[in-house]
Write a protein that binds this ligand. Structure first.
Ligand code: FES
Length: 103
């Protein structure tokens, strides 16, 4: 069961845009992929680069530090399959983007 929290106004993240958001001391990379919002853990498992500040291309976000590639929909790492990041459910309600947190 997830507990949803508001993290952004829908209008603040047009398609193709993303950023790092912080909720309860945790940081998430939130991206708008063709009108659908996706959230993964923000810290790159290589050396902690902020995935919310990366570059989005064809459904992948590229880490801004050394370019590791992650599928924004699943968190899988296409550069190193043994180093995925967690992905988190999102929803849009009342003009806001919400992220579902465990518990
Ligand atoms: S910190 Fe992300 S690729 Fe190095």
């Amino acid at each position: 069961m997830s507990r949803y929290v508001v993290v952004a106004d829908v209008s603040s993240l047009p398609p193709g845009k993303g950023r790092t958001v912080e909720v309860g001391g945790r940081r998430f990379a939130l991206w708008n992929l063709d009108g659908e919002f996706h959230a993964i853990d923000d810290a790159c498992p290589h050396r902690g680069g902020p995935l919310g500040a990366g570059v989005l291309e064809n459904g992948s976000v590229f880490c801004p530090l050394h370019g590791w590639e992650f599928d924004i929909r699943t968190g899988s790492c296409l550069s190193n399959s043994s180093r995925p990041v967690a992905s988190h459910p999102t929803k849009v309600e009342a003009g806001q983007v919400w992220i579902g947190l465990p518990g």
